[in-house]
Structures are given as C-alpha cells and as structure tokens.
Design a protein around this ligand. Structure first.
Ligand SMILES: *Cc1c(COP(=O)(O)O)cnc(C)c1O
Length: 398
C-alpha cells in the first residue's frame, strides 16, 4: 500500500537515520562515542522517581487522565512560572499539558497552519518545526540564523509579502542547535512585529534552566502584552532529566492554548496520571540537581573548548546555555563529509549542521551528554585520526 503524499514529502527523522548507522557499527563490535543526541546522561532525581512509584500503587491513577492536564498539575505549573519568571498565568485557561514539547510543537503547527500558509521558522532549527509544517501542507519560510547576528533572526530581512501571509513564527532560545541565547529586548521586537502582522509566536523554551555563568534565560511572556500574541512550550525533559517520561506544557494566549488543547483532545488522551504526579513533584520539589547538572555540562563545555582549540579550531566563545556546541567544520569540507569521517574513522557520532536546515552547512553539533573521560577520549580519537581544523583534513579518506 502506498503511503500518503504527506508522508512522502518528509524525509525519515534525521536522528533515527543517524542512530541506525551507529547501531550498525555497534553490532560489529565497534565502540562508538555518541555525541549526537541531546538526552541528559544523569538519572531523574530520586524524589521524582519515588513519587511516581507511590502514585503507581494507587488504582485511582490507572484510569484515563482528564483532558488538558490534571488541575493540580496546572496549578503547580502556574506557581512555578510565577516564581521563575514573575508572570501570572490562569491555570484553567492559559495552561495545557503536553506529551513533551515535540508533540506540542507538532500540534501547535497543525492547529494553525493550513495548506499554503507560511510558518516562519529558524534555519537551522529543531527538525520538527520544518517537518510538521510540511505535514500540515504549509510552507516554511526560513529565517537564517548566522553567527554575525549572534544566531538571532534578522527580523527586518523578512519580506513584507511573507509577513502578510505568515500565521506563525517559531523561536527557540536558549537555542538548539546553535546554543545561542536571546534577551528580552529581542523578544520585545518579535512581539511588536507579531502584533503588527497578526502572527502567533510559539516560543520553544525547552532549555530554560540549562544555563551557565550566571546567565538566566527569560520567558517571552515577560514582555508586556506578549500574551496577546504568543504561547510558550515548556518541557520537563531537559530540566529534570525526564526525557523518557514524556511530559511538558504550553502556556500563554488563551485562545491558542485552547486551540492546541482542542486539537490534542481529538488525537491523544493526555498523560498517565502517575507521570503528571511525578511532574508536580518535580516542579514543587527541591531544585538542587539543576545547578549540579549545569556544573557538569559547564565543565564538559570548558573541556571541549580547550580540546578543540588544541585541535586547531579557531577561538570558541563559551555558550551561555544548553548542552550543545555549534562548531565550524574544517575548511573545504561539507558538514556531511566531516560527520561521515568522524563516524567512520573516529567512531564518533555528531550530526551535520545540515540536519537542522540548509543554513547549517559548514557546521556540526556536539552534545555534552557524556562524562568528561569519555568526552576526552573523543578528542583523543580525533587527534589520533588527524581530524583537526586545518588543511590536513582536506585529504579525503576515500
Ligand atoms: C529536546 C527538545 C524538544 C523536545 O522536548 P520533549 O519535551 O522531550 O519533546 C523540543 N525542542 C527542542 C529545541 C529540543 O531540543
């Protein structure tokens, strides 16, 4: 049976492909270092796991959860949000639960993008922005993120006719894959533009707590009036080492939150209550692990900067947030060639910049989700295979 045209239009999920290659090497007995995927290597904090174990024993929690999230979950989100960003949200109308922000992003796009509608998305970006837009029949308009603009889109460069047709704009700061951050001044300009052109802004804030060197990431909803035209997607995945639990939430504009919840209620039946109860514990419990994890990521970041500069990389500016580093590939190589070389010769998985969009050409990303020893081993392997930033890498292995 033929699959739908919709499905034919999108490539296989890029990380599923990369992982298949990794598994092929592992099956041959090769020790592969995975600097590919952004999945915290630490466990979920004990108190969160314990609360889930207790909740699991109570049969009340074995039934269908309420649509949109348990009221206690939304109350906990509202309190956390006010403590963290000084923004008051009505838990009944301005918050709805998500099965992780990946799901929320897809359903936000499905709720707003019709055939032919324009979605303004960054390039490079988390792949779901682009693929879900295509699944919805819409047209992605790429806002290039370049180093000379600190990886912020140039809002003035978006053509007038594109703005007139655009319904949605997706943003993500702290950013995956570039690790860039945005300040409130930038968000203010975004909100101003969005109001002028009746565009809904969906801000993906998956890395709100993963910050270093005393940097604190703002919420776009801190901009006065942002709630008129913006929603923000949050995830417990990265903040609480809970990627496998699948839980997040979307907050902000009442009509938009309602639209996403309405679409979702037709597609899924919310989140296992046990997971929601654990999430409540995460949001209301001790947060000491956040600093501990950030200290680990920061130390890995500093190690990687030193090691890469020793391998010839030009001066690397320490990223203020996320466990990613967005790095230039050596001159005269494509992103794909470099990443293939890394995998085949050094047995290190790193995604090419182009996995995040055409404008990612010339870059690759590393994730700092392995311990320092393993990370050091990766750079030692690069050195022994002469994978350095310089002319020596021009000679192809083929
Ligand atoms: C990890 C990640 C997500 C997905 O988070 P889940 O809540 O686990 O679905 C969303 N957006 C970005 C930018 C991410 O890096």
């Amino acid at each position: 049976m033929e699959v739908s045209n919709r499905l034919k239009k999108i490539p296989p999920y890029v990380f599923a492909q990369i992982d298949q290659k990794r598994q092929e090497l592992v099956a041959k007995g090769i020790d592969v270092i995975n600097l590919g995927i952004g999945d915290p290597d630490g466990p979920t904090p004990k108190h969160i796991v314990e609360s889930a174990k207790n909740a699991l024993d109570n049969p009340v929690n074995h039934h269908y959860p309420p649509f949109g999230g348990m009221p206690e979950y939304k109350e906990a989100i509202s309190n956390w949000f006010n403590d963290r960003f000084k923004v008051k949200l009505n838990p009944k109308t301005q918050i709805t639960s998500l099965i992780g922000s990946k799901e929320g992003l897809h359903n936000t796009i499905m709720a707003y993008i019709d055939s032919g509608d324009i979605n303004l998305i960054p390039d490079p970006a988390y792949p779901v922005y682009r693929t879900s837009t295509i699944l919805a029949g819409g047209e992605p308009y790429f806002m290039n993120l370049n180093e000379e603009n600190d990886f912020l889109p140039d809002l003035n460069a978006i053509p007038k006719d594109v703005l007139a047709k655009a319904k949605l704009m997706l943003l993500n700061y702290p950013n995956n894959p570039t690790a860039a951050v945005a300040n409130l001044d930038f968000f203010e300009r975004v909100i101003h533009l969005a109001k002028k052109h009746s565009i809904l802004v969906a801000h993906d804030l998956a890395y709100s707590e993963m910050t270093f060197d005393n940097y604190v990431a703002p919420s776009i909803l801190e901009v006065p009036g942002a709630i008129d035209t913006a929603i923000e997607l949050h995830s417990l995945s990265k903040t609480f080492n809970m990627t496998g639990w699948r839980i997040g939430f979307v907050v902000g504009n009442e009509n938009s939150v309602k639209a996403v919840a309405s679409l979702k209620s037709n597609v899924d039946t919310d989140i296992f209550k046990v997971v929601q109860l654990a999430a409540i514990n995460a949001l209301t419990g001790p947060m000491t692990h956040i600093q501990e994890c950030n200290d680990l990521y920061q130390a890995r970041r500093d190690l990687a900067i030193t090691e890469l500069q020793n391998l010839g990389w030009p001066k690397i500016k320490p990223n203020k947030a996320t466990f990613y580093m967005w790095l230039k590939v050596p001159p005269h190589m494509t992103s794909q060639d470099f990443c293939t070389k890394m995998l085949e010769e050094a047995h290190i998985v790193v995604p090419p910049g182009t996995a995040y969009g055409p404008n990612g050409e010339g870059y690759f990303r590393i994730s700092l989700c392995v311990g320092e020893k393993r990370l050091k081993e990766a750079f030692d392997r690069m050195k022994s295979k002469n994978i350095v930033f310089g002319p020596s890498t021009v000679v192809s292995h083929k």
